[in-house]
Design a protein around this ligand. Structure first.
Ligand code: SAM
Length: 329
């Protein structure tokens, strides 16, 4: 619980982290004229991802080594047993235990599938708007994919999953989504059209969640469709979702963070954090609890200087101090 995909480093202070206005993107993703600080952040992110890949490789190797060791131990054990019958009995009990484990796993998968199907039929509708062509560098799209994967996993672990929908799945985004493991089988709504087209007959039900809104989200209304901007931009494109919602003529709202946390600046969360907060709130009806479960303590109070997470933690530190009861009154 509370784990976040950290490759998105929120930066609510400035357009691109150094106070300069965002530069216009070129038509082609991957050739964005990034500011110096944005380039630095991207490099850092790349290094983080390289480290992560190395760790993953080492973990895989360790798993393989352990499996090999277990196999060898098993062979030794079985060959030390006296009779053929004893060997057959041991082998049979091993296979039975394996069958049991596999059946348990299949049962678990089936329960999850049923839960997600129910969520698709009657769960709270949450949309991730992926229609931001050309605004993200490849590494940012990659982070976004990790966040979407995380959203799907968290939804699957909920007792009552929501109806998760991805809109604007075209071009590079669609290509990258297809690369996610098992994506074809995901129980999630996938739309290539942008959200105004998908929900053209339900415009009044749409609420774009954006940190730049003046409206505070008090409750989640089951009849509403909440939209989250599918962007990893470290708020380089500050206000873009607010502008989009205004242009599309739909309602907006921000999470009630300042009611529960002290903040010295605006708070822009990652896509997966917002999805997880909404899911927690649906379960608990308690914003404070939801914020504190999703934004972990270590992220709030960690000392500065952590090579891997310093920017992220710096932002979290600014805002994640619990308000005293007097302040909450
Ligand atoms: C990384 S942010 C994108 C920031 C982007 N510059 C923008 O203008 O929205 C990802 C999305 O999470 C949602 N979000 C993040 N923080 C939020 C907050 N405090 N209140 C409501 N929604 C938020 C918004 O939908 C936002 O588009």
């Amino acid at each position: 619980m509370g784990e976040v995909v950290e490759s998105e480093i929120p930066n609510g202070d400035a357009a691109n982290g150094d106070g300069a206005p965002p530069e216009e993107p070129s038509a082609e993703a991957g050739e964005l004229p990034l500011s110096k600080s944005a380039r630095k952040r991207l490099l850092k992110q790349q290094r983080r991802e390289e480290k992560k890949a190395e760790k993953k490789k080492a973990a895989k190797e360790e798993k393989r080594r352990k499996a090999e060791e277990r196999r060898r131990e098993w062979q030794e054990k079985i060959s030390s047993v006296a009779t053929e019958e004893e060997r057959a009995a041991i082998e049979e009990s091993r296979l039975a235990a394996r069958r049991e484990r596999m059946e348990a796993r299949a049962g678990e998968r089936e329960r999850k599938r049923q839960k997600l199907t129910k969520g698709m039929e009657e769960g709270q509708r949450i949309v991730v708007d992926l229609d931001f062509p050309g605004l993200m560098a490849p590494a940012e799209i990659n982070s976004l994919m990790q966040q979407i994967m995380y959203c799907y996993a968290v939804n699957g672990r909920c007792d009552s999953p929501c109806h998760l929908c991805l809109t604007g799945c075209t071009g590079e985004i669609a290509t990258q989504l297809q690369r996610l493991p098992g994506y074809d089988k995901w129980l999630i709504r996938k739309e290539s059209k942008p959200y105004p087209e998908v929900f053209h007959d339900q415009k009044d039900s749409l609420v774009y969640l954006t940190a730049d809104s003046d409206n505070v989200l008090e409750e989640l209304d089951p009849s509403k469709i909440y939209i989250i901007g599918g962007l990893v931009d470290r708020n380089r494109w500050k206000g873009i979702t607010m502008k989009k919602a205004k242009e599309d003529g739909i309602k907006t709202a921000k999470l009630p963070i300042s009611d529960y946390l002290k903040m010295s600046t605006s708070m822009v969360l990652t896509v997966n954090q917002v999805v997880e907060i909404l899911l927690r709130f649906l379960e608990t009806k308690d914003w404070k609890n939801s914020f504190f479960q999703v934004i972990p303590q270590r992220k709030r109070c960690e000392a500065e200087g952590d090579e891997e997470e310093d920017e992220y933690d710096g932002e979290m530190k600014k805002i994640c101090i619990e308000k005293s009861p007097e302040e909450l009154e």
